[in-house]
Design a protein around this ligand. Structure first.
Ligand SMILES: [Zn+2]
Length: 296
């Protein structure tokens, strides 16, 4: 069995009519996944304050809460907060923790949640992200007794926030494939983490499935295999799809199924959480390809 963590509550984080990070993103993913047999659906829970402070400053958490309470605002030019956004962001972070519990119990798990998290920094939100879901899930696994946790971030943008939250901890490895140049401008190959535990793989705009597969074989897999994680967290953005409006990569949904197959040769303890992906059809087809690869 494969678990899916999802709630319609995620639709209540309102970003505005023209914002690419729309409620429809998770809606179409959930609708398509419901057509697959053998998925085990779970509801999220909110992350607790204690958990959030593993990766965020308390002042920042309180700032988001206060902003939502007074009717909303913006954490940066791209990152709106609506009245329900604080509660929804707690639930999005908690969804990754419910997912991690399932993974540790032996069930690969998909988290279909928003807002996404990999750009959120310890003291600021940015790039559509409010709380650092993937980093939080990694620390949760460590608190549950894991010794070695890896995060693979294949969103087309560098996971700057996640890297910042984990790079000083030798128990966590972080690998990011991303378009360069692109937002947010970080993620140079020279950024290796405090313990050589970070691998950044900047790729030229126009990279296709063949390029990605070669990088997977030659760089991603050896790095992760050498680290030997007990659990693999995938920050699964689908904005490197050819159809995506925010980047210039040329992947097809089937490529994400291939990446998932390769990850399963490393471990079956896999948590896949949604990050970016702004073409609704391509994002939906990609998450279905990932789910099918986990179900094999
Ligand atoms: Zn992205």
């Amino acid at each position: 069995m494969v678990a899916v963590v999802y709630s319609d509550e995620f639709l209540k984080h309102i970003t505005g009519r023209v914002h690419p990070e729309s409620p429809a993103r998770v809606q179409v993913c959930a609708e398509s996944l419901r057509e697959l047999p053998s998925l085990h659906w779970l509801a999220p829970r909110p992350a607790t304050m204690t958990e959030l402070t593993w990766v965020h400053k308390l002042e920042y958490i309180n700032l988001v809460a206060a902003m939502a309470q007074r009717g909303g605002g913006r954490l940066d030019a791209d990152t709106p907060v609506s009245p329900a956004s604080y509660e929804v962001a707690l639930l999005s972070a908690g969804a990754w923790l419910v997912g991690m519990e399932r993974v540790l119990a032996g069930e690969p798990t998909l988290v279909i949640a928003r807002p996404p998290g990999h750009h959120a920094r310890p003291s600021t939100g940015m790039g559509f992200c409010i709380f650092g879901n993937a980093a939080l899930a990694a620390y949760f696994a460590l608190h549950q007794g894991c010794q070695r946790v890896a995060i693979l971030d294949w969103d087309v943008h560098h996971g700057n926030g996640t890297q910042e939250m984990v790079q000083a901890d030798s128990r966590i490895a972080f690998c990011s494939l991303h378009q360069d140049p692109a937002y947010p401008g970080t993620g140079a190959a020279t950024e290796r983490g405090d313990h050589g535990n970070v691998l950044n793989l900047p790729l030229a705009p126009g990279s296709d499935g063949a390029v990605y597969r070669q990088v997977f074989t030659n760089q991603v897999e050896p790095f992760l295999r050498a680290f030997a994680p007990e659990v693999l967290i995938i920050s699964a953005g689908f904005d490197a799809n050819r159809a995506d409006p925010l980047a210039q990569m040329l992947l097809e949904p089937a490529d994400y199924g291939y990446f998932t197959e390769r990850c399963r040769t490393l471990t079956d303890h896999i948590l896949v959480g949604l990050e970016g992906g702004y073409d609704l059809g391509a994002t939906r087809d990609s998450i279905v390809a990932v789910a099918k690869a986990l179900l094999v």
